[in-house]
Design a binder for this molecule. Structure first.
Ligand SMILES: CCCCCCCC/C=C\C=C\CC(=O)SCCNC(=O)CCNC(=O)[C@H](O)C(C)(C)COP(=O)(O)OP(=O)(O)OC[C@H]1O[C@@H](n2cnc3c(N)ncnc32)[C@H](O)[C@@H]1OP(=O)(O)O
Length: 292
């Protein structure tokens, strides 16, 4: 998505870009702050850390998606950055996935705008020229898992309470084909068949065994491990690594690009069904109930 389109989307969503602040951190590094996404240059030269900060659960609201894409676009355009670590500022949750309230009780125009933002976010992450390492420091179902799967490398915290996977069927939803493609490209066809149909959410040991993540490490070492992995990836010259990444990922991305408008229309038709709306409302209600 062009930066200008993202800005326009932010304006439509009532987010003021003027509130973005730049400050200097303790090490003198410049630190960009939006509402929901914090970007910090790190001690590793050329590497930024993006922290998702959309409490309580880092759900992927329209505003969050827009800020996230703009942040990535800025980092890609700033030649001082070659790699980004994605992590969460919300304790115990990497991202709860797509924001269910964006898909409930809204009109078709909203669903179209939201789904385009989800598509654009995925294309931006999946095809990024930067090395992206996910430092997964919490639970990451569905859209949260998709973000991690779209990175180049995944480090997950060794906490048995954390779960990762594409659980759409448990919400009464059909997994979008490009979510499915991303999973199949990562863990293979047979494992995806089972995981997707059953909507499985895997604890760290199983996620590692399946190849859904590359490393499981103690919780307090997730970010440091991601940064040391990054150093290894940055030892490869950018242009050959980027061409290789593009060669591997292009067909999957092109599949969505070619069918982007049809995919939006399918989403609108699907999500607007009374039965789907009811399922989502019940799911949200159950999330509330479990607190009591
Ligand atoms: C024919 C072909 C057509 C193809 C069409 C394709 C259609 C595809 C459509 C959609 C695809 C969607 C993919 C997704 O990403 S769906 C989202 C999946 N996410 C989940 O299932 C996670 C749900 N949340 C949880 O399990 C928990 O909240 C958890 C993340 C584990 C955190 O638990 P906890 O710390 O106990 O926090 P709470 O449950 O109390 O939650 C705090 C508040 O946050 C609200 N919440 C949680 N998740 C979401 C969410 N995803 N969206 C919006 N809001 C969320 C929750 O309701 C609480 O709110 P409140 O305090 O007001 O009660």
């Amino acid at each position: 998505m062009a930066l200008a389109a993202g800005r326009a989307m932010l304006m439509r969503s009532g987010v003021r870009l003027g509130t973005q602040a730049a400050a200097r951190g303790g090490n003198g590094a410049r630190r960009f702050m939006n509402h929901r996404v914090v970007v910090e240059p790190n001690t590793v030269p050329g590497v930024a850390v993006i922290k998702f900060k959309n409490p309580p659960v880092n759900s992927l609201t329209l505003e969050f998606l827009t800020e996230f894409v703009i942040c990535l676009e800025k980092l890609e355009n700033d030649k001082t950055f070659r790699g980004v670590v994605l992590t969460s500022d919300c304790p115990g949750i990497f991202s709860a996935g797509l924001d269910l309230r964006e898909m409930c009780g809204k009109n078709p125009a909203h669903y179209a705008e939201y789904w385009r933002a989800v598509q654009e976010m995925w294309l931006k992450v999946y095809l990024s020229n930067l090395v992206l390492v996910a430092a997964i420091n919490g639970t990451s179902p569905a859209g949260g898992c998709l973000i991690a799967l779209s990175c180049d490398y995944r480090v997950l915290a060794d906490n048995p309470r954390y779960r990762m996977g594409l659980n759409e069927t448990l919400l009464g939803l059909v997994v979008p084909f490009w979510f499915k493609d991303t999973l199949v490209n990562t863990i293979g066809h047979r494992a995806s068949e089972r995981a997707l149909q059953l909507g499985l959410l895997f604890p760290p040991a199983e996620a590692l065994q399946l190849g859904m993540v590359d490393q499981v490490v103690p919780e307090d070492q997730v970010q440091s491990t991601a940064l040391s992995v990054m150093t290894q990836w940055l030892a490869i010259p950018d242009h050959v690594r980027q061409l290789t990444k593009n060669m591997i990922r292009k067909a999957t991305a092109d599949h969505l690009i070619k069918h982007q408008e049809a995919d939006i229309q399918n989403f609108i038709n699907f999500i607007s069904r009374d039965s789907i709306q009811k399922s989502l409302q019940v799911y949200l209600e159950n999330l509330k109930q479990k607190k009591h």
